[in-house]
Design a protein. Sequence first.
Length: 641
Amino acid sequence: MPSKFPRRLRALGALALVTALAAANGPPLVKFLASSYHNWQINSSSYKQRYGHWTILPVPADMRVNAVHTALLYTGKVLIIAGSGNNTGNFNAGRFESLLWDPRTGKFKKITTPSDLFCGGHVFLPDGRLLVAGGTARYEILKIQYAAGAMSVTNSSPTHSTTLPKGTIFVSSTGQRYRSATATFIPGARKRRAAGGVVIDWSQTSLWVQALERGAAPTIRTAQPQRFAIEGVQGRDAVSIRATTNSITLDKEEFWGTRKSYIFDPATERYESVANLNLARWYPSLVRLINGKVLAVSGLDQFGRIIIGHNEEWDPRTRSWSVIPKLTRSFPTYPALFLMPTGNLFFTGANAGFGPLDPNWRNPGIWNPVTNAFKSVLGMRNPDMTETAGSVLLPPAQDQRYAIIGGGGVGDSNRGTGRIDVVDLKRSAPRWQPAGALPEPTRYPEAVITPNDKLIISGGSRGYRGAYGSDILECHLYDPRTGKLTSLANPSVGRDYHSEALLLPDGRILTLGGNPLFRDKLDTANGYFEQRIEIYTPPYLFNGPRPRLTAGPQQLTRGGTAVFSTPGAAEIASARLMRPSAVTHVTDLEQRSIALGVRRTASGVALTVPSSAGLVPPGWYMLFVTNRQGSPSIARWVHVG
């Protein structure tokens, strides 16, 4: 028999009972009763309809990995890449991991991982395979006892090349001796014709050396490169080969990047080795271009140095990388670069990790990847706090409105901002405008586009890598149209550095990863990599029956129209093509939601795809339709050619 009292009065009565019992039985009971009431509340239907619901995904102990990169494949499965997972023990043991999770069956599968893909870059190719490039060749070294640095070796002979073996000794003018870390091939010079005759371009190769003497005596810091003798080099090599450097230090040695590249095939569920990058890259961004090629931008090189310019392209026809000499623009690591309908790339200013303070590197702007021209877009609040910020091409993508969310100061700064600023690139003179704010300064915010044109913003921390127990256990709904921020159900797992979030085909949101330095508010207990996976079910999935697409083509064309069957055509309010995510370090360059033209028929909907290749890059998409109540369908996978 239903109660005579309204739900609100029943809840108040329950709360009064909890209070009375707590007063009588002390703190332990207070905690128990408060927890019980909270669990009852968050699992009630009314709460879920308003705030949504979080659940922990049960992951078998032997399937837990340190999630650093996550990509949703067109098979519906989720690829989770750990590599060594920011674990030196794994790296030294050559233990590199990837994991596949199937949301439909709940099953997990370990994937053989050929090298350390930790902190590489990734992007989807038109056929749905995932290109992964760069990663870790050596971990950072914090305590340095022997001075070390990069040596530049040139060769002026166009007719002769040589290899300097590992352990080659270089001697300074003061007699200090340094040993090379690896065997290094020194190519010959290049001879070319010019207006004045024949010109010889000397080859230049870098190698790593370490002082034989411990301490500060062998350090070198000079404005001009110093020349070194090379022991064991004789004959013509003694004349043509020269070694110089101006920096041998006891400074911390950063992570070294790798040149390795792979393609992960969702059909075979295997990695395939492909041509190496020309430059080793750690923390690079990979972004699709309008011509179908892929651009690799920024990163730390094979000796942990920030790459200045030297951007390179992957050509899917030749399956190889080429440095593009004209593209000299430099960016901090993991720059957030988005493909525009014009073919230009928009840099929101968001980035992760490394790069100089120079505004020429960090200013947001529109970059032409053909001419290298760059036009700054100014007006952002807190422009010095774009590191570890989230950024999104707001839905629908046709509007060309971009948001930057949160962020902090460069490096391990604990300065942060909760700023949400938006820029409209369709304007003749675009400028960032305030468009809301998170309740507190937030680094590493995860922002996921929903099928009904909203953002779910969750996680992050106030401090660098969750310093002083500053993880933020909050989740918000952001409406890009109004700038309104609404509180949702709170997650139970903190997400900061090395965390990811993405939209699943069923409309839920997956969150994983997290790598705090410490795990207490005093920063005294060492942190650990968060291996729990949490899933958020938004309120729109508790909002009554969902629309369904029961039949329709899998292949779509830009500018074309396709008909899909649905039993509730009159209720369909919108349709979206949503590109699956490939996310790392709060950087998701794939995520975009494209509005389709909708014409309702008696038994279905006719959906029209925009014609711009810069707006709708070729590849696999999730097709969602949403009803008038804001509830989305389960996605159908379609391919746009």
